[in-house]
Design a protein around this ligand. Structure first.
Ligand code: NAP
Length: 516
């Protein structure tokens, strides 16, 4: 079988020969002490080989600005070669029995768990999130491999009795083909395995383009995939600089050998990729931006609501797509919620370097992200909002922002209708349930929504009326591998995780079996 996975000519762009499998490790120059040399890879990973590129780009620690190393800046040639390798590998991988694919995914999962601390250190170094959160991400990420290793064996078809005595309809489920996987920096590991676990389980092969800010986690996953015995060409990674993202993205997403585009990132980029998909009619999964409402009704348990607000707002310094982006609080409970929320923020949030014990709020990913939060705060204040807490850059460093609580926020302010993606909690006061639902649904995106209520009838009504893909009722943390993740409206298309996630990588084929 190994021969089937070898990268052949067939018009594939020629790349410099590279060592197979475990090439000598190129250590990251200047990497902070404590980063795991064994998992630090800087070359692209194509057809089971580590491939340098003609140029490199730097990766920085967003907390200190320190250079973590130089990573291969793959271009169009490397992207095409990766697609070719994935296409070659697909011919064999699709026929590997589900039980074997399952075992390989399970081995990859085991290796992630064995290396959990090292993988977490890489995430904290390149993304900035506190080490404890990074450890949580590695576990969450690994669980997608475990989950889909189990789902790989549960792909069933159908037998359908047709209108004629001598015929039966069969429905086969078959892998879609080569999937391009483009991921953001905010979950450098989990956004990859959530897609790749499902794709590999279904029998697809993948080419991953990670974000410029966080390629090291994707490459560490490649090292572990190789160690787990995932065949060459099944998991490929082409890191590239932001400058090349457009041309590499276009090369990947328009390649006729690619059948599926799976993207997590901003709605703006998602729309560009949808255009590429339309031109060659490719399958798509789009996990795009959010603008989650967090509604606190008068009937809520205020302490529980405050705990949920903290958890849903400040994880990853507010940089998750399901982070609450606006707090809608009913008049009767408003003052008590704001007071307790402010006290809880003061008590529980500590800004600092993610490697320091006790830090809960790391840096934002880069200065542009800080500028966006700053802009949302100044716009709100200029239109009448009150700063209860925070409101400016944090003295810890240039990418840090103070956890901020604003009240008297109104619909006309930027933070009320745009995703902030930072540690800003704007509170809007409302009077009736209808008003809250109308404000919540006024957004053109609909990923997650949260509300707190102890009125069962209200819980049913509001859960059904919110125009989002995921609802947290009296709960601020909702993501789990067993449940479907995804949005409605401009938050995207398709679902990841859960028993539905694998369907995104499967085609249905109807076979009419006659002459019976
Ligand atoms: P982004 O700018 O759209 O980037 C996401 C990925 O797309 C990165 O790898 C980026 O590369 C790449 N990219 C950018 N322009 C491209 C192009 N023209 N062609 C191909 N690839 C391109 O998003 P982001 O700012 O990194 O991430 C934050 C956004 O992601 C937020 O809106 C958040 O809500 C959303 N998100 C959604 C989910 C979800 O599951 N729904 C989960 C996490 C995040 P570079 O890094 O090199 O620019």
């Amino acid at each position: 079988m190994a021969a089937c996975f070898r990268l052949r000519g067939c018009g594939a762009p020629r790349l410099p020969p590279a060592p197979r499998g475990r090439a000598p490790l190129r250590r990251l120059a200047g990497a902070p002490a404590g980063l795991p040399a064994a998992l630090l890879r800087t070359d692209g990973f194509v057809g089971g080989r580590w491939r340098p590129a003609a140029a490199t780009f730097p990766v920085h620690d967003p907390a200190t600005g320190a250079a973590l190393g130089q990573v291969a800046d793959c271009g169009v040639a490397e992207a095409r070669a990766a697609v070719r390798a994935a296409s070659e590998a697909f011919r064999s991988w699709r026929g590997v029995p589900a039980k074997e694919r399952s075992s390989l995914l399970r081995k990859w999962y085991d290796l992630m768990i064995q290396n959990q601390d090292d993988l977490a250190r890489i995430i904290t170094a390149e993304n900035g999130k506190p080490l404890k959160e990074a450890q949580g991400e590695v576990l969450y990420s690994a669980l997608f491999l475990e989950w889909f290793s189990e789902e790989a064996r549960r792909v069933y078809g159908d037998v359908i009795g047709g209108p004629a005595r001598d015929r039966r309809g069969l429905v086969l489920k078959q892998p879609v083909g080569v999937a391009v996987v483009i991921t953001p920096w905010n979950f450098p590991s989990a956004m990859i395995t959530r897609k790749v676990g499902a794709a590999l389980a279904a029998g697809c092969t993948v080419v991953v383009k990670p974000a410029e800010d966080t390629p090291l986690s994707a490459l560490a996953l490649a090292e572990l995939a190789d160690q787990a015995g995932i065949p060459p060409g099944v998991y490929n990674v082409v890191p590239c600089s932001r400058q090349k993202a457009k041309e590499v993205g276009e090369a990947l997403c328009t390649d006729p050998l690619v059948s599926k585009i799976s993207f997590t990132g901003s709605t703006a980029t998602g729309k560009i990729l949808l255009h590429y998909a339309a031109d060659s009619v490719k399958r798509v999964s789009m996990e795009l931006g959010g603008h989650a409402p967090f509604i606190v009704f008068d009937s809520a348990d205020v302490d529980r609501a405050v705990a949920g607000a903290l958890a849903s707002k400040f994880r990853n310094s507010g940089q998750t797509c399901v982070c609450s982006n606006r707090f809608l609080v009913q008049r009767g409970i408003h003052d008590s919620f704001v007071k307790k929320f402010g006290e809880a923020m003061e008590r529980s949030l500590r800004v600092g370097n993610g490697f320091e014990e006790g830090t809960t709020q790391g840096p934002l990913i880069n200065e542009k992200a800080v500028e966006k939060v700053e802009k949302h705060v100044s716009d709100a204040v200029s239109k009448g909002a009150t700063v209860v807490m925070g409101g400016k850059r944090h003295q810890f460093g240039k990418n840090f922002f103070e956890p901020t609580l604003l009240t008297e926020v109104t619909q006309g302010m930027l933070c009320a209708h745009e995703e902030t993606f930072g540690p800003l909690a704007p509170v809007i006061k409302f009077d009736t349930e209808e008003e809250a639902v109308a404000i919540a649904n006024a957004a053109d995106v609909g990923l997650a929504g949260y509300f707190y209520s102890r009125d069962p009838a209200q819980i049913w009504r509001v859960a059904e009326q919110l125009e989002v893909g995921m609802v947290g009722v009296n709960e601020g943390l909702i993501s789990t591998v067993e449940c479907p993740f995804g949005g409605v409206k401009q938050s995207g298309l398709g679902r990841e995780g859960s028993k539905y996630g694998i369907d995104e990588y499967l085609e249905l084929k109807y076979v009419c079996y006659g002459g019976l």
